[in-house]
Design a protein around this ligand. Structure first.
Ligand code: PLP
Length: 342
């Protein structure tokens, strides 16, 4: 497979914006090249467009080379840029197994790219044959989410590998919840499969949702094309600094993940014992999907009592299901006490 050929023709030939920081990358004593204010503050200079220091730390943490990492303004940005780089509007398609994270579909709509929806199995796993039957020459991206949102399960690894081998387009594996999983990341296969794209984020386990840092790890050809089409200064200087600072403390993240996993197991057991709960799906993420006798009614009753969960009952295969994020031990206790009082 040739990655270059997969890129849209107009993007292949696009001449990217060249910023002042692209033209001169060294260190100087006088900078008069970017029409910045000369008066020093923490913010008067444009930030590093390629987030070099932040990526060096991410490379260390993720065991992925800097040149294989793209940093976006949340995961939303690389999702959108992948469409813009690889999918010809009105011509190409993507495959999105259902149910899953809604942003792949919204971004397809924004970019006028057709979506082939393929249902997951009743255990929310991949239906490999159904997906393979949907492949065509104009199918450019397959979006997989593992652990899957909203179901919480990991997709079977060998099935993802079968699809990586059978598909001539990109296979995006969204690992937003990878820190909560006891399995290796797909980043370990980046050098084996050129068409593999792994998304991760600092929004979940790292507790930095407000910073908006999404990672896209892939072959350098893919990273280069995303860099070519992104807004030049997509990550603010303030965000780069705060993110780097937060990433120095990995132990706090590890401790919080441990606590959340332990709470997830406790909450799963406790919810399963409630008469209004039919099933709690096994989760490897920081939330659980639970089937209730009357989900929407329970959702409203919880809301009236100040406890907000996510009503997923209108989603395919999720009839009468609520998605519940794992909170602090006290918050989870409040949820259970409130449910018992209903
Ligand atoms: C929460 C989540 C993300 C994170 O998105 P950000 O834009 O990085 O905050 C990505 N993918 C999935 C499946 C998620 O659930």
């Amino acid at each position: 497979m040739n990655l270059e050929n997969l890129i849209r023709k107009n993007i292949q030939s696009l001449k990217p914006y060249s910023s002042a920081r692209d033209d001169f990358k060294g260190v100087a004593s006088v900078y008069l090249d970017a029409n910045e204010s000369p008066y020093p503050s923490d913010y008067n200079r444009y930030p590093d467009p390629y987030q070099t220091k932040l990526k060096a730390r991410l490379a260390e943490l993720k065991n992925v080379a800097s040149k294989s990492i793209f940093v976006g303004n949340g995961s939303d940005e690389p999702i959108d840029l992948l469409y813009r780089a690889f999918c010809e509007p009105g011509v190409d398609q993507v495959i999105i197994p259902q149910p899953t994270y809604g942003m792949y579909q919204v971004s397809a709509g924004i970019n006028n790219v057709n979506v082939i929806e393929v249902p997951l199995t009743d255990t929310f796993d991949l239906d490999v044959d159904a997906i393979k039957n949907s492949f065509s020459a104009t199918t450019k991206i397959l979006f997989l989410c593992s652990p899957n949102n909203p179901s919480g399960n990991v997709l079977t690894r060998s099935k993802i590998i079968q699809l990586l081998e059978a598909f001539t387009g990109l296979v995006v594996v969204d690992e937003a919840y990878i820190d909560f999983v006891n399995e290796p990341s797909f980043t370990t296969l980046l050098s084996t499969y050129q068409n593999l794209v792994v998304l991760q984020t600092l929004s979940k386990a790292w507790g930095l949702a407000s910073l908006r840092i999404g990672l896209c790890m892939a072959h350098p050809i893919i990273v280069d094309v995303l860099n070519k089409i992104k807004p030049p200064y997509n990550i603010s200087g303030l965000t780069q600094r705060v993110a780097l600072d937060q990433l120095h403390d990995e132990q706090t993240k590890i401790d919080h993940v441990k606590q959340i996993i332990s709470e997830r197991e406790k909450l799963t057991t406790a919810l399963s014992g409630l008469p209004m709960v039919i099933n709690v799906y096994p989760s490897q993420a920081n939330f659980v999907l639970a089937k209730f006798t009357e989900a929407s009614k329970t959702y409203r009753q919880l809301m009236e009592r100040g406890v907000i969960v996510r009503d997923r009952s209108s989603v395919l295969l999720c009839g009468n299901c609520l998605r519940i994020s794992i909170g602090t031990p006290a918050e989870n206790q409040t949820l259970l006490t409130t449910l018992r009082q209903l």
